[in-house]
Design a binder for this molecule. Structure first.
Ligand SMILES: [Zn+2]
Length: 123
């Protein structure tokens, strides 16, 4: 389940709980938390993406990395690129993103198309 982080909108009115970022586990369908459950002061979400993605097990991660390496060693650049791109957006790992772009280039993609791709990815 996704974990979101919140903190008080105005720290000077915050209680000990919301003065520092606190985590709330929520369903994707749940409404964002608007007030601190302890003191009722307005809070804001400080991380807009869901952290659950990072909580994939080390096994899954090393599995994915192994598959990326395999694709690379076999010269299947577009496969390697897609997989590392997917993993990069899941884990917010910028070195993986670079690796994905690198593999896209090796796969023969136009860097201009890649820029566009990266931008539409962020939206
Ligand atoms: Zn509070």
């Amino acid at each position: 389940m996704p974990i979101y982080e919140y903190e008080a909108a105005s720290p000077d009115q915050a209680c000990p709980k919301c003065r520092r970022p606190f985590e709330v586990i929520q369903n994707l369908r749940d409404k964002p938390v608007r007030t601190c459950p302890d003191c009722g002061q307005p809070v804001k979400r400080i991380i807009s993406w869901c952290r659950a993605a990072v909580m994939e097990t080390p096994d899954e991660y090393s599995n994915t990395m192994r598959r990326i390496r395999n694709f690379e060693s076999e010269g299947m650049w577009s496969h390697a690129a897609e997989l590392s791109d997917k993993e990069a957006s899941k884990t917010k790992d910028s070195s993986l993103k670079t690796r994905a772009l690198d593999n896209y280039k090796k796969a023969g993609y136009d860097p201009k198309t890649l820029d566009k791709h990266a931008k539409s990815d962020d939206l």
